[in-house]
Design a binder for this molecule. Structure first.
Ligand SMILES: Cc1ncc(COP(=O)(O)O)c(C=O)c1O
Length: 415
């Protein structure tokens, strides 16, 4: 060990003031919401849902996606739930899903009474891949859910090849990946449907919560709308009654008004984050203890955060100590990104519908009852991968401080 005394051990930290917030919400969002208030107060009509604001928000988002259909819903979780329901999957069948995802990326499967079959990640990646998925396909598989974690695209070419071979629909969970591309094509346009989150921490928001179901199929778009709003018929003749049971997942006009403004900012947000990472990548080239792993070839991530890799073979400490030292220097680092819903209490205790153990315990489920999902790649990845925040509001001084902080910690712990 050598170099300057680390803040972790009583030295002066590189960054004494916190990194700036995102300033995601501005005057335009405030004015958009105020306009609705003004209208309501002038006309006396309360502010609703499914009106002109949502229409404009969804059209703007579909334009951003290069066409297709978008429906605003009240979270990324419900977007995935609705996407699954739009596929009309029979209960007690299997849905393959990536192991490393938000609970909201897996729970909609069991809430649809389907069995989640859990795919490992690719080695040292946060994303699953075609090889991990293919092994899990059975005659009961009815859908595949992949998530583009941290905004890095999954290998959709390989995944779609396998899915098409087996005629299994794919849902892309784009909660963390608005605007990411693979081979020039936006994620969310590969599968049958896509689920986006517009919760306040995501690339763009619709207030505190929100989501979007996206599809290029008009038929699936109608289905999704029905499933998002208590089975209202929408395109069926007037007088037709609600055609399927579902819940009410609508976005409000207030949320859509914010979202409409936010969609305009999305290309700028993506560009700023990409440019920041490009510069970081150059600056990190000579580090030994840490690297920025390359994303998939021909991909253009839309960074939600940046995946970093610790190299223990070049360090005198473990990943946890390394990250603690970075945090003490004021670096925007989180040592662990390991959301594995199937290791949680609800999954282990099969706690979904009372004490029934459904969907797994239902006699109508004919698949493997004792299937376990050890996910060795994800576990090995967790030992060396960690996350660095990257916000579009950050510029040269934040970049300088991050490089300085990492240099200091590398200097101290490098073998
Ligand atoms: C991959 C993934 N899927 C689904 C969700 C759920 O989205 P929401 O929080 O909007 O319900 C998230 C949220 O972080 C996510 O990261």
């Amino acid at each position: 060990m050598r170099g300057e005394r680390l803040a972790l051990y009583g030295g002066k930290s590189v960054r004494s003031v916190p990194f700036p917030e995102r300033f995601l919400i501005g005057k335009e969002e405030k004015e958009a919401v105020n306009r609705l208030f003004d209208q309501a107060m002038a006309t006396g009509a309360a502010i609703g849902y499914g009106g002109p604001e949502e229409e404009a928000f969804c059209q703007a988002f579909a334009r951003f996606m290069g066409g297709g259909y978008a429906d605003g819903v009240n979270s990324g979780t419900t977007a995935l739930f609705v996407a699954l329901r739009a596929l009309d999957i029979e209960p007690f069948t299997e849905v393959i899903v990536t192991c490393l995802t938000d609970p909201g990326g897996m729970m909609p499967i069991v809430m649809n009474n389907c069995i989640p079959v859990i795919a490992d990640t690719e080695p040292f990646s946060y994303n699953t891949g075609p090889a991990q998925i293919e092994k899990l396909i059975t005659r009961y598989t009815r859908a595949i859910v992949v998530a583009h974690i941290a905004g890095e695209p999954c290998d959709m070419t390989g995944i779609m090849r396998i899915a098409n071979q087996h005629k299994i629909p794919v849902i892309e969970d784009c909660a963390q990946a608005h605007g990411a591309k693979l081979r020039g094509r936006l994620v969310g346009t590969f599968g049958s449907l896509a689920a986006f989150s517009t919760m306040f921490g995501k690339h763009i928001c619709t207030g505190g919560q929100g989501g979007i179901v996206y599809t290029r199929s008009q038929k699936l778009a109608v289905k999704a709308r029905q499933m998002a709003d208590r089975g209202k018929p929408f395109t069926l003749p007037p007088g037709t009654s609600n055609c399927v049971a579902s819940l009410n997942f609508n976005l409000t006009e207030f949320q859509a008004a914010i979202g409409r403004v936010q969609v305009k900012k999305l290309p700028w947000i993506i560009r700023r984050r990409r440019s920041f990472v490009r510069k970081l990548r150059r600056a990190f080239q000579n580090f030994k203890t840490v690297s920025i792993p390359e994303p998939l070839p021909k991909s253009e991530p839309s960074y939600w955060f940046l995946r970093l890799r610790f190299h223990p073979e070049f360090a005198t400490c473990d990943k946890t100590t390394f990250c603690q030292a970075l945090v003490a220097e004021g670096m925007p680092v989180t040592a662990s990104y390991f959301p594995m819903p199937h290791l949680s209490e609800w999954y282990r205790a099969r706690r979904v519908f009372g004490t029934s153990g459904y969907p797994w315990s239902c006699p109508d489920y004919k698949g493997k009852k004792d299937w376990s999902f050890p996910c060795p790649n994800a576990i090995a990845g967790e030992k060396v991968l960690f996350r660095l925040s990257v916000f579009e509001s950050w510029g040269e001084s934040e970049l300088r401080d991050i490089v300085k902080g990492f240099k200091k910690v590398e200097g101290f712990f490098r073998k």
